[in-house]
Design a protein around this ligand. Structure first.
Ligand code: ADP
Ligand code: MG
Length: 393
């Protein structure tokens, strides 16, 4: 995919107003405590590049899914504060998006100054992709830069609307994400290995199918594995399964590239006080729930990870939040981290696993995207990337 890079603007930035759409939708606890700021950090090179070249930078982002009642919790003041600390410079913040206050602040902005506007989702026009809302936002800038890979699957006003009215460019981190995923899909190094886990197969089926097609082996865990086990005729007791999906999976489970767990950690309840036991398809009883992959499965998976020359991982292997059900996810996280080969990981809970059991720096690439990454792998396109493409003649 040939995207226009923000770097092409280098000589044109002096005194220009540049709208940068970022995804500062960071995990937060209570009010104001940012649990992980890596999405903010990842946007820094693009922002610094713009400021260094004397642009006037206007930052747009959403945060969570605010309602009228919960608005006050989802203001971007704490995020702006963190951005200011990370940049080591003053960041202006205006609690307004397209109103008079925002307009005034935009007009007053000087060269190499940076302004953060309020949470875009305070306006319904954002998620509704309203063209008047997009036009109004576009009127604030001379150029538009998309540095929000993780939001590129959404047809929202600030993602696909603004670029209709302004010359539009890809941010540095977005470009890097797109290039790495494309490289991985076009020519996976052999043997390539995909690890797919998480809660629901319905959200990961397209990506699972794609990876089975392109990669040498796909190993699975989590609720996804439960549903696949059921489709292959195994008992799953009271495990989390999506029974509706079973019929459509019968052909898939016969594919030799797909490996399912053959022993499991089971429990009667998914609760931090429930006891874990090891079982397999024969010993599992009808009240059991599969909550993690078992030790023999882990052994085989680790072996495959150690041999793989390219690894992509999305989705935990079990209920990793509860200590006695976390061994599978922990061992997989550590094994992928130890690999010296190309490793790409993504997904909200998968990243949480990495933070608990390893460190982001041990992976070649940690995607900022969860759903966006999965959709990009599955379809090799995303709705908000199209307006950034160089026109082919
Ligand atoms: P990601 O956010 O990385 O895409 P998901 O949201 O798809 O991952 O899945 C993570 C969630 O799935 C976790 O909350 C985890 O507890 C849950 N989960 C994983 N395995 C199981 C299982 N066997 N039974 C019930 N829940 C599971
Ligand atoms: Mg999740």
């Amino acid at each position: 995919m040939n995207l226009r890079s923000v770097v092409e603007l280098r000589r044109k930035l002096h005194g220009k107003r540049v709208i940068v759409r970022v995804d500062f939708n960071v995990p937060m606890r209570n009010m104001g405590e940012i649990l992980d700021d890596f999405r903010i950090r990842r946007a820094l090179p693009t922002i610094e590049f713009l400021l260094k070249n004397r642009a006037r930078v206007i930052i747009l982002s959403h945060l969570s899914r605010p309602s009228l009642q919960t608005r006050s919790k989802f203001r971007l003041d704490d995020v702006s504060q963190r951005l200011s600390e990370l940049l080591g410079r003053r960041v202006l913040y205006i609690p307004d998006v397209v109103g008079k206050k925002a307009m005034k602040a935009v007009q007053a902005l000087q060269d190499s100054e940076i302004l953060v506007l309020e949470n875009l989702r305070f306006y319904r026009g954002e998620t509704k992709n309203d063209s008047d809302f997009a036009k109004k936002l576009a009127s604030f800038g001379d150029y538009y830069v998309n540095e929000a890979f993780s939001n590129c699957h959404r047809k929202h006003a600030s993602m696909v609307g603004i670029p209709k009215y302004l010359p539009s460019f890809a941010g540095m981190d977005l470009l890097q994400e797109v290039k790495l995923v494309e490289k991985m899909l076009v020519k996976p190094k052999k043997p390539s290995l995909a690890i797919v886990g998480g809660a629901k197969i319905s959200s990961k089926l397209p990506v699972l199918k794609k990876l089975i097609k392109r990669f040498d082996a796909v190993i699975v865990g989590g609720g996804i594995a439960n549903t696949l086990l059921l489709a292959s005729g195994k008992k799953t007791g009271r495990s989390l399964v999506e029974t509706k999906m079973v019929d459509s999976l019968r052909a898939l489970v016969k594919n030799k590239k797909l490996l399912l767990p053959f022993d499991y950690v089971c429990a009667r309840e998914i609760h931090k006080k429930s006891k874990a036991k090891i079982c397999n398809a024969d010993s599992l009883d009808k009240y059991d729930r599969i909550v993690d992959i078992g030790p023999e499965t882990i052994r085989l998976y680790l072996e495959l990870i150690s041999q793989a020359k390219m690894i992509v991982w999305a989705g935990p292997m079990g209920v990793y939040e509860i200590q006695q059900f976390s061994a599978g996810s922990e061992m997989i996280a550590q094994a992928v981290a130890e690999s010296k080969e190309f490793t790409l990981v993504g997904g909200g809970d998968t990243i949480d696993c990495i933070d608990r059991f390893s460190d982001k720096k041990n992976f070649t690439h940690v995607s900022t995207g969860g759903s966006a990454l999965l959709e990009f792998i599955a379809k090799e396109k995303l709705v908000a990337l199209r307006p950034l493409m160089k026109k082919s003649i």
